[in-house]
Design a protein around this ligand. Structure first.
Ligand code: FES
Length: 123
């Protein structure tokens, strides 16, 4: 009979003794899910209390085309001209173009976002 390509995985001992406290497999089947739930719960509560990553629900986009499932803009390079300034903070009233609203957002939040500027080399 051929041997398996990898050595067998170590097996979990039926019990372990630590500081006089005996931990059995049955205890581990209870402790591990409770520990995972506690860590996950702590993470979710902290995330909820911090208001998510950006917006009230963790949304980056607070106002632009909220009735759409995805906001996408596409431009042909030939139509951009010599320079175009695109918003990356999602606060511009002229989105997808930057109108300078990022400055107020940065001042209020301590963020550091700014526009994407695309220009021809000679512009
Ligand atoms: Fe959004 Fe300038 S207004 S990056």
């Amino acid at each position: 009979m051929a041997s398996p390509p990898f050595p067998p995985l170590p097996t979990l001992p039926t019990s372990a003794v630590s500081s006089g406290f005996r931990v059995s497999k049955e205890h581990l089947t209870t402790i591990v899910p409770v520990a995972v739930a506690a860590v996950l719960g702590t993470y979710l509560v902290r995330r909820y209390l911090s208001g998510g990553s950006s917006g009230p629900k963790g949304h980056v986009n607070l106002t632009v085309k909220k009735d759409s499932s995805k906001v996408v803009h596409s431009f042909d390079m030939e139509d951009i001209g010599s320079k175009a300034v695109y918003c990356r903070c999602w606060r511009s009233k002229k989105f997808p173009y930057c109108d300078g609203a990022h400055a107020k957002h940065n001042e209020e939040t301590g963020d550091n976002v700014g526009p994407l500027i695309i220009k021809k080399k000679d512009a």
